[in-house]
Design a protein around this ligand. Sequence first.
Ligand SMILES: [Zn+2]
Length: 108
Amino acid sequence: MIAFKILIGCAWCLAFGYVGGCLAARKGYSPHEAVLYTIIFGPFALAVYALLPMTEAGREQAEVERQIARDSMHRDRLKSCPNCGREVAFTCRICPRCEHRFVPNVME
Ligand SMILES: [Zn+2]
């Protein structure tokens, strides 16, 4: 019974550690430190990481994620080739029919 309780305790610590690591990584802090602190201090460390402001690296990461989300929205859309009029995928760079080169990084 004691072993079972220790096992449950460890599982809780690891779960907290995992959540803390994810939270810290999202905000741009070291996930390894966060896992350690969260395992030691539990919900208290989790609350501290939840209240900490985002670092510069965290903001950059969030911007990259927003950019990826925006790009994936365009992925299913079509554009027409100005040279031959063929409908091609929005992310296409060279027309498969006439080999017209589209201007890169024009998303709108
Ligand atoms: Zn074309």
